[in-house]
Design a protein around this ligand. Sequence first.
Ligand code: ARG
Length: 477
Amino acid sequence: MTQNDDVKKPWGGRFNVPTARVVEEFTASINFDREFYAEDIAGSLAHARMLGRQGIISEADVKAIVSGLQRIRQEIEAGQFNFSLALEDIHMNIEHRLGELIGAETAGRLHTGRSRNDQVALDLRLFLRRRLRRVSGLLLDLIAALVGQAESNLDVVMPGFTHLQQAQPVLFSHHMMAYVEMFKRDYERLQEVLRRLNISPLGSGALAGTSFPLDREMVACELGMDGITANSLDAVSDRDSALEALFALSLIMIHLSRICEELILWSTVQFDFISLSDSFCTGSSIMPQKKNPDVPELIRGKSGRVVGSLVSLLVLMKSLPLAYNKDMQEDKEPLLDALTTVSGSLQIMADLIKEMAVKPAKMYSQAGAGFSTATEVADYLVRKGLPFRIAHEIVGSVVAYCEKQNKSLIDLTISEWRNFSPLVEDDLFVLLNPEDAVEAKDLPGGTASAQVKRQIERIRSFLVQAEKTGGGDEANN
Ligand code: ARG
């Protein structure tokens, strides 16, 4: 980063005194908005070509501007570009360099009919488009990893919980597929956000539109956007897409934090349901036996950070008068941080899930504990004619009896059962196995293996379809 005192500000015309150094440092955004360089150049290329086509600038100027911008892109990518703090942001850094390369006069024609306000609004949308497509692809990878675990452990029975108390047995695959549903919704939400943001604000000028005969549609089309914004004031001061993106990213982190929490619990000696790969855990410097689930813990922790970014942008936008306000420059850091955090978390999570070892025997041994098949007995009595509430009451007293006797439901003899209800016959006993309880839930959305299998098939075709439509293809922009 250079601190070039002599650099001429593109807006310097009406100023008599140079900007104070502290003010330059305080107001500059180049340290973070340089991330938008590719989008800024793409937007300028489209704008310049359109200006030429409309006869607003000469074709010779267009040619010089295009080759200058392409050269700048190479310089930045080769790490040879001299970013200057005095030039504030990525827009003015690039414009200034363009002047050095092709002459200030020609370079000075690029900004015709454009303001940094519609320029930054465009850059933000294009940048979000690229990064959200990447997040979408990572979501698909994570979904595939979860489906893989569900498929290879299809019939593993585990306890299902409510209130973190043993509730009813479920299939481990059903549990994995619950997360698949959440991440699938997250994926779909991102496609919605992407659809809404892919609209070009260019041509809105500083706030009022522009008096030049721009072809806004042409620019949008060249940038692969689906249309143009309808109101210039809104277009330059709207940060809805960033907010929607941050909400979608926050929800991804919330879902991640829930599965992380479970993985952490499941790898304790008390649960011992899974074992995380050594390559994803760390040890303790004092306790030789420790294997800590750092990765899920960190993801759980990072979820707070992404939610923080969402809240900070919400508060930033609250009560801002129309149209552009410098406050809005503060939109970028939370967004960049959230995108990096979510991408990193999704990527590592997919690998961690793939390498996680499941412990079926341990899960099964716990699946029948805690009277987890008591509801099956109540349902059984209902099928024999009792109203559910009475059946519930009866089985409740059976459980209390078992607790006193230190027995489980499966230990009771038929005559013990008959003391509670004469309706009980030998056919009750098959219901007391966790696997039978699971198979009984054979309706759409239930945990029976046939239902889970069907759901896995549906998700497999969803994945094929999503990959085909390029939902996760970063290059596809
Ligand atoms: N760096 C500025 C931002 O990110 C670009 C827009 C500047 N516009 C202005 N009127 N000062 O918001």
